[in-house]
Design a protein around this ligand. Structure first.
Ligand code: SF4
Length: 331
């Protein structure tokens, strides 16, 4: 009788020891003169071995200061693109090219260009302010780039007589319009993670945790912000919890990995991630985890250091995006 062997169609990757992967990454970084930047939304174990951690604004500025010849950007595609644009001479690697962003994808460059032309034809005199969560092609069509950390300051630089077209996040745009008093034409984009928080679950969590403080990212819809105590980007959240000495319960309405840097900055507190929408079977979804950020694994970081791929390549529209990024983030 002949024996047949079974070959699975999609073999599962062999489990690798995280500590060994971390050692290998350290070794490869030294061999390839590389530095690792990690966003607050990637897995805590990658943040722990990164040379720089932070929000988009801090990492973009950190990227400019590095002296190594290679930058590995554990984050999403638009962040690695920005690092390359601000540092054309460096080799910029991203652990997984498919780490995109639902918010950036909600505003394609061709649609934005068509809408800008339509507005001009209708007699609007405006400047376009883009959240950093946009592709470089979109940035090249804009006048200003903001992050949640510098948005107010940049919006103050838009001449008073000009209208503002804000892209791509409608929730952040509406919030900024409220706090700056500047009317805005809003692009109807949103982030898949921040859009799904449930007000009912948040109110229930508040009731179950008397005295708790709600921290919310301005990418959340207005009903969430209306019941929050502190609204700000991730760096502001980190600074805020560090400024509170009394042990406090914080309910955190942003990507769930943010709990890691908050706990490191202020371990005296308790952090509870705000759950997403409740399913009919009574469970909550795991939708406060960004599936794009989750593509950054220790294995992917190791592999990209080993192979030198994927690498962000300079594109013709990077020149225009560079001028806008430099005047917005570095001046
Ligand atoms: S959390 Fe939202 S905005 Fe941030 S990378 Fe993921 S999809 Fe984009």
């Amino acid at each position: 009788m002949t024996q047949t062997s079974f070959v699975p169609l999609h073999p599962q990757p062999v489990e690798e020891d995280p500590l060994e992967l971390m050692d290998e990454i350290e070794q490869l970084k030294a061999e390839h003169d590389a530095v690792l930047l990690a966003h607050f939304y990637v897995n805590g174990e990658i943040q722990d071995i990164a040379d720089f951690t932070g929000d988009s604004l801090k990492l973009a500025r950190d990227a400019v200061t590095v002296t190594n010849s290679t930058i590995v950007f554990a984050g999403v595609h638009f962040m690695a693109e920005s690092a390359k644009i601000l540092n054309p001479a460096k080799r910029v690697l991203i652990p997984d090219l498919l780490a995109g962003c639902s918010l950036a994808e909600s505003c394609p460059a061709d649609k934005l260009a068509a809408y800008q032309a339509e507005l001009r034809q209708a007699g609007h005199d405006f400047e376009t302010v883009a959240y950093i969560n946009t592709s470089a092609a979109v940035k090249s069509l804009c006048d200003w780039i903001v992050t949640s950390g510098n948005a107010r300051e940049i919006i103050d630089r838009v001449p008073a007589g000009k209208e503002i077209l804000f892209v791509p996040d409608q929730h952040l745009g509406r919030y900024l319009s409220e706090v700056t008093g500047r009317p805005m034409i809003l692009w109807p984009g949103s982030c898949m993670v921040h859009e799904v928080f449930s007000v009912q679950d948040l109110l229930r969590a508040k009731r179950n945790n008397p005295g708790s403080v709600v921290l919310a990212h301005p990418e959340c819809p207005k009903p969430i912000l209306d019941v929050s105590d502190v609204v700000g980007g991730t760096e502001r959240m980190r600074k805020y919890v560090a400024s509170v000495s009394t042990p406090t319960i914080f309910l955190v309405a942003t990507e769930a990995n943010m709990i890691h840097p908050l706990s490191l900055a202020a371990p005296q507190h308790t952090y509870i991630p705000v759950p997403g929408i409740m399913a009919s079977d009574g469970t909550t979804c795991a939708c406060n985890k960004c599936p794009h950020m989750s593509r950054n694994t220790l294995r992917a970081v190791r592999d990209c250091l080993k192979t030198g791929q994927p690498e962000i390549q300079w594109q013709p529209y990077f020149d225009k995006a560079q001028a806008v990024l430099q005047k917005s983030l570095l001046q």
